[in-house]
Ligand binder design. Sequence first.
Ligand SMILES: C[S@@+](CC[C@H](N)C(=O)[O-])C[C@H]1O[C@@H](n2cnc3c(N)ncnc32)[C@H](O)[C@@H]1O
Length: 232
Amino acid sequence: MSTLSHADMDIQMVTKAYARLAPVYDLVFGAVFERGREAAIAAAERVGGRILEVGVGTGISLPRYSRDCQLFGVDISEPMLRKARERVEEYGLTNVEGLEVMDAEHLNFPDASFDVVVAQYVVTTVPNPEATLDEFARVLKPGGEIVLVSRVGAEAGLRHSLEHWFQPAARKLGWRTEFSFGRYAAWASRTKDVTLIERRAMPPFGHFSLIRFGKEGGAVRHDTPAAIRAAS
Ligand SMILES: C[S@@+](CC[C@H](N)C(=O)[O-])C[C@H]1O[C@@H](n2cnc3c(N)ncnc32)[C@H](O)[C@@H]1O
């Protein structure tokens, strides 16, 4: 299990890394993360309603959602959001309610504001992943879902050793290579009203996962956790 603390990932470093990446982000990370984005959007659309995308980046996902969904995007990086605003304009996305600079760990929304909180390739880049997940659960309505696509580190073996070796370099790019699935599962099991409902391996190389959590209450029924047992 990763032992990285918030001191290992700081917001300024991440902000700097994404300011540099913004002009080339879509070219470098567009296609490689496509399948994960598709799966996350499909999961979010099954719930529908008002969707918050945290770490929306250049807004690469925004045109893919059904126009019936009302979207709000937040990101720590203004240069990434500038790209997202251009995209909203280009595609005439009238269903995008807002795009704002915001820290995932301190969301400026009242409790129970959204039907779905989506975070794609984000949770392992924030200083305090568990506190960030708490914040997602806070702004989520009862019956809603948190939908993540996240890197999941190996627990042991060669991949685990390589991830450990690569971590200092990855940190400068604003990434964590070491982050076990156990952290997500442990967060869900100690968080009131939150249940892990799915984990599904995603490309590239199955090193990423689609992870869904449901918040109890409300009218929405979350599907069976059988997929978790199959995938873990
Ligand atoms: C790997 S990119 C993913 C972008 C987009 N979700 C995608 O699918 O390509 C990570 C994004 O998370 C944002 N981010 C990192 N830390 C954040 C934080 N603490 N609060 C909000 N956004 C953050 C970065 O600025 C960047 O846009």
